[in-house]
Ligand binder design. Structure first.
Ligand SMILES: NC(=O)c1ccc[n+]([C@@H]2O[C@H](COP(=O)([O-])OP(=O)(O)OC[C@H]3O[C@@H](n4cnc5c(N)ncnc54)[C@H](OP(=O)(O)O)[C@@H]3O)[C@@H](O)[C@H]2O)c1
Length: 106
């Protein structure tokens, strides 16, 4: 039978996109939601992300974390925004693959 209460990691869980996802899943009765602030887990750091997946072994990842800027920031800091977001995504993709998490949503 399909797992009705999977362990779900929601990067960016306290902010604009992640928080409503967290609340919706909580309302639906999921009791195994995992969230970390960027201070607790900097997703740009591959070693930290690997260690986190090793410990927590999430079954589902819903990525809503990103370095976000307005039009001004995108024009002013294109390299920083692009690189940080690629680092975040790549680390999540790599760790999900490595630790057998088959459901990664972006
Ligand atoms: N808002 C919208 O209307 C909208 C619409 C479509 C798509 N999106 C996309 O959805 C994503 C999130 O947008 P948002 O509006 O929710 O942004 P946001 O409110 O600025 O939230 C960004 C989240 O990402 C986390 N984060 C950033 N850098 C991190 C890092 N190095 N390590 C760990 N966590 C990190 C932040 O954590 P901390 O707060 O702990 O630092 C925060 O929770 C972006 O890709 C955006 O383009 C947003």
């Amino acid at each position: 039978m399909e797992n009705q209460n999977p362990k779900i990691f929601i990067p960016g869980h306290k902010r604009m996109v992640g928080l409503p996802i967290w609340r919706l899943l909580e309302e639906k009765g999921n009791s195994k939601l995992i969230g970390r602030s960027s201070r607790e887990l900097d997703l740009r750091k591959q070693c930290a992300v690997t260690r986190f997946f090793e410990q927590e072994k999430p079954e589902i990842v819903i990525d809503s974390a990103a370095k976000v800027g307005a039009i001004w920031a995108n024009q002013e800091y294109p390299y920083t925004l692009l690189m940080e977001n690629l680092q975040i995504q790549n680390n999540l993709i790599e760790a999900s693959h490595h630790f057998g998490c088959e459901n990664l949503y972006f």
